[in-house]
Every structure is written in structure tokens, then in C-alpha cells.
Design a protein around this ligand. Structure first.
Ligand code: AMP
Length: 285
């Protein structure tokens, strides 16, 4: 496995793949890799000739008061894991490599899809995501790119971007990987104290409860969201950012009673750590 740090070297490696007709799978990450990322790398390994994993803590998707400096950086361990899962290249550029000019060129998906949920509390976040993912798509020229349902809104926004900009690739979205007790795996879980880690289980527990009620026939989105909200509010260490539901695809307002697929999503702070989790309520069930 090669570790590539410059745009020029990645372009050369990709040009060689293209010349040989090699199919490319891209897994964009911010590093601190865990089994959630691992599931994406493994899927990419199965479905492509070559696998590129990017490890880049993208400054433009962090707000001014967010955890950019504190974000865990574990490149050596990340390379070991990527190699063990069969990656061919880890692309780990500096911020200057990815943003070579003082004035930036942006790719932005506008409208309610980026204004709701995390877009409300993190107004510049998705512009940073779509910009860096566009750069990665143009550099790696993947046949397939892999993302997690953990970041459900990100997946929806990127699907829209791929469609609107005609990126010639398949965007693959894979299920949330969880700890044995239900907590969604996240690079940010390392910030949690033991008490916060325990309290954070309320997210997966309340969402699973809502999904079970939905499966049993409840079709009021408001009632399901309210139940999740009440359970999280009962946890003293939790401060809710949002508990909301939107229609899929596209994150438009969900009509009541729920009919099609619905995303029920939460963002909750435990101390200074903001966690997200979600469940898809499948309308055809
Ligand atoms: P990140 O490094 O947090 O930016 O995540 C990189 C990719 O891994 C994104 O597509 C995430 O949605 C995905 N991912 C992160 N955590 C999980 C998880 N627990 N299960 C599945 N995918 C995940």
C-alpha cells in the first residue's frame, strides 16, 4: 500500500490506473478510522480493482468554534487498518495541498436539503463537505465512492451534488456500524467521559424504540419524534440540538401520516461532544 501526500502523486497514480482500465473505489474519511470506516473500505475492496482511502481533516467543514484542532489524528494506525483491509492507496494531503489558493473555489448545494438538521446548527458545514468531496472526486476519479448512513444528511446532499454536477460515479451508502451496546461508532466517541458514554446510549435506544413503534404501525412522525425527544430529555447529561424527521429522498418536509421512507435524525450534546444518530423508517414495510 502506498501513502500519498501530494495532489501531483495522486494524479499520477490515478492516471496509471486509468491507462490500465482499472476500476477505482474511493472512501473519503477524516481519519481516526474505526469499524464504521472499515465497512466502507471492505465494500470498496470487494467491488473495485483499486481502493483509495483519503484521510483528511477538512478545515472548511468545521465552524469557527468547533473541534478542528482537537479532532483525533492517528495517521499511522489509520494506514495500518487501511492496509489490513486491502486498500491500495491512503491519500493523506495537507490542508495546503487541498486548498492551494488563498481564495477558495466552492461547490455548494443550496436549498432546504442543506438548511435543515445539521445545516441549521452548522451553517457552513455542507459547503465544506461538498467542496472537498468534489476535489476528491476530481482527483481520484472513482467508479464508486463509499459513504456511511451515519451521516445521513451528508449522503443526501452528496447524492444531489453527484446528480446535479453529473459526476460519473456510483455513490454507495452503507448502514451504520454500532458498538455492541448500540452506540453508533464515531471518531468523536473518544471525547466522551465514562458517564457521557453511558448516557449517550439514549440515542440508539430511543431511535430503536421509535423504529419498533413504526414497525408496529405507528405512522405519526410527530408522535415518534416526540417519544425520542422525551427519552433524550430524561437523560440529564444530554442537551438536544435537534430531533427531527424528513422525507427521503431529498429531506423535504414529511407529510402526515408517514407514507414513504422517512429519516428520523438526532443531534445531541454530551458535555462539549456533539453526537448524531438516525434511523430510516421504511414506508414499504
Ligand atoms: P468521517 O471520518 O467521520 O468523516 O466519516 C467518513 C465516512 O465514514 C463517512 O461517509 C461516514 O458516514 C462514515 N462513517 C462514520 N461512522 C460510521 C459508522 N458508525 N457506520 C458507518 N459509516 C460510518
Amino acid at each position: 500500500m502506498q501513502v500519498i501526500k501530494t495532489v501531483k502523486d495522486l494524479q499520477a497514480a490515478v492516471a496509471a490506473y486509468k491507462k490500465d482500465g482499472v476500476s477505482i473505489g474511493l472512501v473519503p474519511t477524516m481519519g481516526a478510522l474505526h469499524e464504521g470506516h472499515g465497512s466502507l473500505i471492505s465494500a470498496a475492496r470487494k467491488e473495485n480493482d483499486a481502493v483509495i482511502v483519503s484521510v483528511f481533516v477538512n478545515p472548511t467543514q468545521f465552524g469557527p468554534t468547533e473541534d478542528l484542532d482537537a479532532y483525533p489524528r492517528t495517521l499511522d494506525a489509520d494506514c495500518e487498518m487501511a492496509q489490513a483491509l486491502g486498500a491500495d492507496i491512503v491519500f493523506a494531503p495537507s490542508a495546503r495541498e487541498m486548498y492551494p489558493s488563498d481564495d477558495d473555489t466552492w461547490v455548494e448545494v443550496t436549498g432546504s436539503i442543506t438548511a435543515v438538521l445539521c445545516g441549521r446548527s452548522r451553517p457552513t458545514h455542507f459547503r465544506g463537505v461538498t467542496t472537498v468531496v468534489s476535489k476528491l472526486f476530481l482527483l481520484a476519479q472513482p467508479d464508486r465512492a463509499y459513504f456511511g448512513q451515519k451521516d445521513a444528511q451528508q449522503a443526501e446532499v452528496l447524492k444531489r451534488m453527484v446528480k446535479d454536477l453529473f459526476f460519473p460515479l456510483e455513490l454507495v451508502v452503507l448502514p451504520i456500524v454500532r458498538e455492541a451496546d448500540g452506540l453508533a461508532k464515531s471518531s468523536r466517541n473518544v471525547y466522551l467521559s465514562a458517564e457521557e458514554r453511558k448516557a449517550a446510549l439514549v440515542l440508539s435506544r430511543s431511535l430503536a424504540g421509535a423504529a419498533a413503534r413504526f414497525d408496529a404501525g405507528e405512522r405519526s412522525g410527530a408522535a415518534l419524534a416526540q417519544e425520542v425527544r422525551e427519552q433524550i430529555e430524561a437523560e440529564p447529561l444530554a442537551t438536544i440540538d435537534y430531533v427531527e424527521y424528513y422525507a427521503l429522498p431529498g429531506l423535504t418536509e414529511a407529510a402526515e401520516p408517514l407514507t414513504g421512507d422517512t429519516l428520523l435524525a438526532v443531534a445531541v450534546r454530551f458535555g462539549t461532544t456533539r453526537l448524531i444518530d438516525n434511523v430510516i423508517l421504511e414506508g414499504n414495510k
